[in-house]
Design a protein around this ligand. Structure first.
Ligand code: NDP
Length: 508
């Protein structure tokens, strides 16, 4: 595929789009689905078709797994020195930087997210490739002085064929989080994006090809989770599966992985608490409470979707929060003025609206939003107002279940113990934040939070250097940082006899 086979429509200017077919990349070749099937890829802002994607199935997944297996066991990849792997990863980052605005526009077009967020994702993606390009040439082993005459050393080796499955909310960034560490560590991969958002994954694989990765090292399969994803998770030839998505799907991946006891890492859902004490810096706390839930339309696994407010500031805080939330400019992500875009699909919009209805029925009080935005020019798209519920109780479904949309629920607390108790009252443990002017209290509360990613006096910043992942039903393992790299390695001990002579254990 020499050039991108689609163009994106510039909504603001009303330009026309030309849908073409997006193909899969298997064994170094761009291919259609074995069945010949294609799927319409939609723009969430108007549900118009922006591209047609090959709709792969189980046969395609098996072909990709076979290509990855051959490249790992028969090809030159395992012997490729870390410095060469680093060079290839740096090349991907450079190519991505050159085409940054294409990638950002395409990501916005396919996911609905505001362009400024897509630009951020593209930069972060390039930085992730650079980070792991740097990591793979750094020392990873250990040596031990054990009893004479032995020397023990420990080396990290690639796991083998890694299956990687990601969702639709950060298609490009999630691809980087998966591909960069796996390839840096010397694995081969079979990558599956969400069937809704294959566009930037296809573009990224064009860059992998251009950078010069050998055929079969990185394979892209498009298609639905229950066929392609399931085939990857249950394959006897896949040595590790790395998954980001919902907790229910994560459970089925875990079950499927039992077939060959493959290694598994899971980045799952969340219902993360954001605690604000009465001594917090007011502007900072309001600003991050909004950013925590309404960035990326709330379609963020780590969203601060439960705001836990001290009773002394509760009334004044929610009044200001509702005022500011209702001013968020919702619109087409391609419009530079847009601050919050449409939700990913009609189906997901219905799910979010259903939760809003559940909240009403449970007796929570809406102080902001709560509706689909359906007046023109929003009528064809998946737009929902920024929504805030107060007067909630801990057992309500809107407090316990992940909505994955622009819906904030507010809880109220009297003292530190109650704040922590409310915060930890969840099956999830992905993220959490605390806002206070008291440094000791901030750290005390954060240490008591049962969550893997936490923030003090801010919410959302994410770094390639630091591990990402959750406690409880939010996942297994970590991505990013050296932790994320190690998840793509096996550990081998090598014991060396420095005085080559028989042990003499058996006398005969
Ligand atoms: P899903 O779990 O539905 O899907 C995620 C991916 O898994 C998609 O590629 C999907 O394919 C695939 N899939 C679906 N069913 C199966 C199956 N049986 N076997 C293998 N793969 C399958 O999640 P969503 O796409 O709806 O994404 C939203 C969820 O992702 C939220 O719960 C969110 O919290 C979580 N998430 C977690 C993150 C984290 O870092 N912890 C980050 C981002 C999101 P397809 O859809 O193409 O059919």
């Amino acid at each position: 595929m020499a050039e991108r086979e689609f163009q994106f429509r510039n909504f603001a200017q009303g330009g026309e789009r030309v849908p073409k077919e997006l193909q899969m990349f298997i064994g170094g070749q761009w291919v259609k689905a074995a069945s010949g099937a294609v799927r319409d890829i939609l723009n969430p802002a108007d549900n118009g078709t922006i591209a047609l994607a090959a709709e792969g199935g189980e046969r395609d997944a098996q072909k990709a797994i076979a290509a990855a297996k051959e490249a790992f066991y028969e090809g030159p990849w395992v012997e490729t020195p870390p410095a060469e792997r680093a060079r290839l990863l740096f090349a991907v980052a450079d190519l991505l930087a050159e085409r940054g605005s294409d990638f950002a526009g395409s990501e916005t077009l396919n996911t609905g997210k505001p362009l400024r967020e897509a630009v951020y994702d593209v930069n972060d993606t390039a930085a992730c490739f650079r980070y792991y390009a740097g990591i793979c040439t750094k020392p990873h082993g250990q040596t031990y002085d054990v009893s004479d005459p032995m020397q023990t050393m420990v080396v990290r080796e690639p796991i083998g064929v890694c299956g990687q499955i990601v969702p639709w909310n950060y298609p490009l960034l999630m691809a980087a989080w998966k591909l960069a560490p796996a390839l840096a560590a010397g694995n081969t991969v079979v990558f599956k994006p969400s069937e809704l958002t294959p566009v930037t994954a296809v573009m990224l694989f064009e860059l992998l090809e251009k950078a010069g990765f050998p055929g079969g090292v990185a394979n892209l399969v498009l298609g639905p989770g229950n066929t392609v994803g399931q085939a990857i998770a249950s394959s006897l030839d896949v040595d590790k599966v790395a998954f980001t998505g919902g907790t229910k799907t994560g459970r089925s991946i875990l079950e499927a992985s039992v077939s060959n006891i493959k290694q598994v890492s899971l980045e799952l859902g969340g219902k993360s608490p954001n605690i604000v004490f009465d001594d917090a810096d007011w502007e900072t706390a309001i600003d991050y409470a909004l950013f925590g839930i309404f960035a990326n339309q709330g379609e963020v696994c780590s969203a601060g979707s439960r705001l836990i407010l001290h009773e002394k500031i509760h009334d004044h805080f929610i009044e200001e929060l509702a005022r500011r939330a209702s001013k968020i400019r919702v619109g087409n992500g391609m419009d530079p003025e847009t601050e919050m875009g449409p939700l990913i699909s009609r189906e997901h919009t219905e799910k979010v609206l259903h939760y809003i209805e559940i909240g009403r029925q449970e007796g929570a009080r809406l102080i902001c939003g709560g509706h689909r935005i359906s007046a023109p020019p929003y009528d064809q798209g998946n737009f929902v107002e920024p929504t805030i519920f107060i007067d909630t109780t801990p057992e309500m479904r809107i407090v316990q279940e992940e909505i994955f949309g622009p819906v904030l629920v507010v809880q109220k607390f009297k003292d530190e113990d109650e704040a922590v108790r409310l915060a930890n009252n969840s099956i999830y443990g992905l993220a959490g934040g605390v806002f206070t002017g008291d440094g000791a209290r901030a750290l005390r509360v954060i240490r008591r939070l049962r969550a893997g990613i936490t923030w003090i006096n801010c919410y959302n910043p994410t770094y390639n250097e630091a591990p990402w992942g959750g406690y409880k039903q939010s996942g297994l393992g970590r991505e990013l940082g050296t932790f994320g790299y190690e998840e793509y390695t096996e550990v081998k001990q090598i014991n060396i006899n420095l005085s080559v002579a028989p042990s003499g254990w058996f006398k005969g």
